[in-house]
Design a protein around this ligand. Structure first.
Ligand code: NAD
Length: 386
């Protein structure tokens, strides 16, 4: 049976990737600090633990994997990575995860590894003009990312490439450009622009006003999650190491994105542009390389993905306002925002035991405790019920 490991399987892209790999018949192991927030993981087994811990990484890599997807990172939207307040954590946490994973891939039985880089590694000097940003893959150097998040991505790209050269590890590197879609973070400070705008518009009554950070003339492109997963699998199974952009080339200003969401919502609102972190002035995926190497590129119009995402976020907003703001709803109205539920996301401490109520929620999985339980177990392993 084909086997895959998804690091960051409790996150947005990772949880969608697990679903897709399962639909292709893979046996899948997921690993993360937490389970996915909005639906149960379909992984065959799922480790809850800290990938900054090399001992834990060795445990996770204890069998042969045809495909390893490395998506775990300390990340968030502009409100998390561009304010400067989280720089040390972002660099330290993500770099250690990648140093550990590159090494356990070398030590273990891994056929190939995919690393999720980001368009944030492109130099700021090529992205001053919102109408004509340059994000061709070869424009990465001389390096000058505008955020520490981007510098860490660049470092880790180089790390995986070095392992590829020195240890013959088969590496694939995708540079994601603003991925969005259903079951993504939509509140709490780590959400990205499409989700934040959908939430603001869903919450605002007709005729109201929404705040948009910056002048609103800054441009970006946004890729719907399904095409992100498709591009990731195609790159992984290709002969090209990368790095390759995985993004849409449908560039749009942030104010126009807000107008598009309003159109989808059927509401007319006023946009108020306020001070806030915005990142570079312009960014767009250049898809020349992906077309030439994979004979494929994302093609879905932005509006189609926005329709899906707005529908899902407005449902979340509506259901939350019905049952109270302290609850997060999954498909069947399941609460998971209670802080006592699930292993602690405090990644500096030991993982805290999941409560019984949490285990009830993740109905498909049963808990297997590590054989050697120290004072506090370092990780938890969940197996699908037979
Ligand atoms: P996400 O935050 O939803 O998922 C990342 C997951 O990593 C989280 O579930 C988190 O709990 C897990 N994680 C963090 N630290 C960990 C640790 N120490 N041990 C175990 N797990 C840990 O992010 P996402 O949007 O799914 O992004 C996935 C990857 O793609 C990330 O590497 C991100 O930098 C990259 N990326 C995403 C985008 C985007 O628009 N979403 C754009 C560019 C690059």
């Amino acid at each position: 049976m084909r086997t895959a490991l998804v690091c960051g399987a409790g996150g947005f892209i990772g949880s969608h990737l697990v679903k897709r790999l399962k639909s292709e018949g893979f046996w899948v192991r997921g690993v993360d600090l937490k389970f996915p927030e909005y639906s149960d993981s379909l992984a065959d087994n799922f480790f809850i633990g800290d990938l900054r811990d090399m001992g834990f990484c060795r445990t996770v890599f204890d069998c042969h994997f045809e495909e390893v997807y490395q998506l775990a990172a300390d990340m968030g939207g502009a409100g998390y990575i561009f304010t400067g307040e989280n720089d040390a954590n972002v660099m330290h946490n993500s770099a250690i995860i990648n140093l550990n994973i590159a090494e356990v891939c070398r030590l273990g039985e891994v056929e190939r590894v995919f690393y999720s880089s980001s368009a944030c590694m492109y130099p700021a000097y090529n992205q001053d003009n919102p109408d004509d940003p340059n994000c061709r893959e070869e424009s990465a150097y001389p390096a000058a990312p505008d955020s520490e998040y981007g510098w860490e991505k660049l470092f880790s790209e180089r790390l995986y490439l070095a392992y590829s050269r020195n240890h013959a590890l088969k590496v694939r590197i995708g540079r994601y450009h603003n991925i969005f879609g259903v079951e993504g973070t939509w509140r709490g400070g780590r959400e990205k622009a499409p989700a934040a705008i959908c939430r603001k518009i869903a919450m605002e009554p007709e005729g109201g006003t929404i705040d948009i950070w910056g002048p609103g003339t800054q441009t970006r492109s946004f890729l719907y999650i399904d095409e992100c997963v498709e591009g990731t699998l195609r790159l992984m199974r290709s002969d090209f190491t990368g790095p390759v952009n995985i993004g849409s080339d449908e560039k749009i200003s942030i104010n126009d994105l807000a107008q598009l969401v309003m159109k989808v919502s059927g509401k007319t609102l006023t946009i108020k542009n306020i001070d806030g972190p915005i990142g570079v002035n312009g960014r767009n995926s250049d898809n020349t390389l992906i077309k030439s190497k994979l004979a494929w590129a994302p093609s879905q119009p932005l509006e189609a993905g926005i329709r899906e995402t707005y529908r899902w976020i407005s449902d979340q907003v509506r259901l939350n306002s019905v049952v109270g703001a302290s609850r997060v709803l999954r498909g069947s109205e399941i609460s998971s925002s209670d802080k006592s539920i699930g292993p602690s996301p405090d990644i500096f401490g030991s993982t805290v035991a999941p409560s019984a109520s949490f285990l009830d929620k993740q109905e498909e999985l049963i808990l297997t405790l590590p054989e050697k339980v120290e004072k506090l177990p370092k990780y938890y392993k969940f197996e699908k019920k037979k």
